[in-house]
Write a protein that binds this ligand. Structure first.
Ligand SMILES: Cc1cc2nc3c(=O)[nH]c(=O)nc-3n(C[C@H](O)[C@H](O)[C@H](O)COP(=O)(O)OP(=O)(O)OC[C@H]3O[C@@H](n4cnc5c(N)ncnc54)[C@H](O)[C@@H]3O)c2cc1C
Ligand code: HEM
Length: 394
């Protein structure tokens, strides 16, 4: 970091004023974007047309920065990730002072009597430190890879229950590691990015296949499932995520998948097979009904080819031969998993309760892996929590 770290006094001023504006976060965010777009109309084109969805993310990013302001290592880690991620948005070095100016003006307006010159200077300092780390990380990243990859949809297959398997061919090689996820921008919602996980290990032809489920009233997922077709073009952001086999050491593997959460889990299993793995792996695939158990046949076929893989289904809302119960219930039944490396992916509720079950069975948090449950750049773990934080943080 080139800018001097914040003093204790500055940290205290920033945090105190933030508690004053926090209850007015929604109004402040509206005001922030209004003055940003009025004063700097050239940046409007970087943002999605519909600013109602997830408008709070910038503010949540700032809150995270303020939270980390006295934890320099994690602050740098978070801001670096954020800065690299901003390349695909088209954010330039010159935009940072504009955003900083409008942010400080918005804080001043909503902090009322809690605002004075000293508080303004502390905020300007905090923003400058964070922005500099973002700018430096983005600049370093330009030497390594493109900001985004253009790709063409070459296959689109409906798999029932509102799920489509979509294969894209990037115009140039797209390096990623099995288990990672990718942000995707579609032509129907420009500058609106959503994350999807390739369902396989890297292929020689660089194609990527995503499993996308159309969520009720969801913009991008419905466009991808119901409008996308071969020939349409999409844009991909750089691969992200730490849910890879590199994290696994030499322990046996436990995989838990719900819905399209099977995609990255399938990628990890395929990677394990490609690498000639000598460990055992248990996969639990969960759904509410047997009909929703998508991808199970594919996984059972894999298990027939690889003796080290055992596949079990868990159905929570229906009585069928085989397994019945929620994923956490069947995990309890077949556990403990305290000597396994666990990978979970699926709806946030399922992942959260699955992690809880594993922790209670003695699996250390360091051996449990899952993707961020929400906006990845905001919720990705930084350093592993201390053991005493393990259960509380879920
Ligand atoms: C790390 C990561 C990896 C992901 N991988 C995949 C994947 O491989 N396949 C896949 O299909 N999706 C995946 N997702 C979810 C995906 O990124 C989108 O959130 C999802 O497709 C909805 O986007 P949308 O634009 O259609 O919905 P939006 O327009 O953003 O949301 C519209 C409405 O749907 C609700 N909603 C949003 N997401 C969901 C959801 N998942 N379930 C139920 N309701 C929801 C919102 O609350 C809102 O009310 C992943 C998400 C993350 C964070
Ligand atoms: C310290 C400064 C900044 C912080 C903390 C910050 C924070 C964030 C966060 C957390 C997100 C959400 C990321 C995601 O959804 O993956 C975001 C999105 C975005 N940011 Fe920033 N940002 C900063 C500076 C800038 C600058 C200078 C620009 C350029 C004008 C910019 C443009 C954007 C755009 C276009 C998006 C996508 C918006 C959307 O999807 O709705 N940001 N920012």
């Amino acid at each position: 970091m080139t800018a001097a770290p914040l003093t204790d006094r500055e940290i205290s001023l920033v945090r105190t004023s933030l508690t004053v504006v926090a209850p007015q976060a929604t109004e402040m965010t509206v005001y922030f974007y209004a003055i940003l777009f009025a004063r700097y109309p050239e940046v409007r084109g970087l943002f999605p047309e519909n600013m109602d969805v997830q408008r709070d993310r910038l503010l949540r990013g700032l809150l995270r920065i303020i939270d980390l302001v006295d934890d320099v290592d994690n602050l740098v880690r978070f801001c670096s990730r954020l800065g690299r991620d901003h390349r695909k948005f088209g954010a330039l070095d010159a935009h940072y002072p504009a955003v900083g100016e409008c942010l400080v003006a918005s804080l001043a307006r909503f902090a009322g009597t809690a605002w004075n010159d000293e508080v303004a200077a502390a905020w300007t300092h905090a923003y400058t430190v964070a922005a500099q780390v973002m700018i430096d990380a983005a600049d370093d990243d330009t030497r390594l890879r493109p900001a985004s990859w253009e790709a063409q949809i070459i296959r689109h297959e409906h798999r029932g229950n509102g799920i489509a398997e979509i294969t894209v061919q990037p115009d140039q090689p797209f390096p990623f590691v099995a288990g990672q996820y990718v942000s995707v921008e579609t032509p129907w919602y420009p500058r609106t990015w959503r994350h999807y996980s390739p369902a396989h290990s890297p292929r020689a032809d660089h194609t990527l296949t995503f499993h996308v489920r159309a969520v009720h009233r969801g913009q991008v997922s419905n466009a991808l499932v119901h409008h996308a077709a071969p020939g349409h073009r999409v844009r991909l952001g750089p691969p992200q995520g730490d849910m890879t086999l590199a994290a696994a050491g030499d322990r046996d593997l436990l995989f838990v998948a719900g819905g399209t959460g099977l995609a990255p889990i399938r990628a990890l299993i395929e990677e394990a097979a490609v690498s000639g793995m000598r460990r055992y792996a248990d996969l639990f695939v969960g759904a509410r009904t047997a009909e929703e158990l998508y991808g199970l046949d594919d996984m059972l076929r894999l298990a027939q080819r690889h003796h080290w893989l055992t596949v079990r289904a868990a159905v929570s809302h229906e009585s069928i031969p085989g397994q019945q119960g929620t994923l956490p219930q069947v995990l309890r039944e077949f556990g403990p998993w305290d000597r396994h490396e666990a990978f979970l992916c699926g709806p946030p509720d399922m992942v959260t309760s699955g992690v809880r079950t594993l922790l209670h069975q003695g699996t250390p948090l360091a051996h449990i892996h899952h993707d961020p449950l929400d906006t990845p750049v905001l919720t990705a773990p930084l350093t592993p929590p201390r053991p005493d934080q393990e259960i509380d943080q879920l």
